[in-house]
Each structure stands twice: as structure tokens, then as C-alpha cells.
Design a protein around this ligand. Structure first.
Ligand code: ZN
Length: 105
């Protein structure tokens, strides 16, 4: 008689998907400071504080990238306004010059 107990192979899988279609993304969370609990406001799921912190860090990085893109667009718009203003000033200067001294016959 053998004393070795056979175990069936153990298989562990990890789900690394960030977004699961048709499932809540848990972006609106509620913190319970007394119990240290984190719950999703949308679906009520209990979340680990680590998961919530990771999600908030990801959202923060996305927001910072969007701010960066908007600042770049704002700088482009400012430079374009300056170009157009310079062109307008030059055009108005030509018109004024033309009015003040009409061409001689
Ligand atoms: Zn949720």
C-alpha cells in the first residue's frame, strides 16, 4: 500500500484584461474609511485597495496625457493667432498707406 496521495494537476490562470465588454469597469468607487473597504458605486462589487489604487493611477496617467495634448493644441492655436494677427496688421497697414497716399496720375 502506497502512502503517496496523488493530486490532480493544479492550474492557476490570471485575467489581465483591463476592460471586459459588457462588464462594469469599476471607475466610480466608494471608499469606506472606517473599514478600509473599496466598493464600486455602479455595481457594488468589493474591490481590493490595490486594484483601486492601480485603476486611479491609470486614470491619472490618462488625464495627464490628455492635459499634455490640450496644452500642445493651445500652443499651436496661440501661434496661429499670432500669425493671423501679424498678417492682418500688415494688410491693414497696406490699406492705410494706400488711402493716405493715392497713386499719382
Ligand atoms: Zn463596477
Amino acid at each position: 500500500m502506497s502512502s503517496v496521495i496523488p493530486f490532480s494537476p493544479l492550474r492557476v490562470t490570471k485575467d489581465d484584461r483591463i476592460h471586459r465588454p459588457l462588464e462594469c469597469a469599476h471607475h466610480h468607487i466608494r471608499l469606506d474609511p472606517r473599514g478600509g473597504l473599496v466598493n464600486c458605486r455602479e455595481c457594488g462589487a468589493t474591490l481590493t485597495p490595490f486594484w483601486a489604487l492601480s485603476m486611479l493611477a491609470d486614470q491619472y496617467a490618462i488625464a495627464l496625457a490628455q492635459i499634455q495634448r490640450l496644452n500642445e493644441r493651445l500652443a499651436l492655436a496661440d501661434s496661429r493667432i499670432l500669425e493671423l494677427s501679424t498678417e492682418l496688421d500688415a494688410t491693414q497697414g497696406i490699406e492705410r498707406t494706400g488711402k493716405e497716399s493715392p497713386p499719382r496720375p
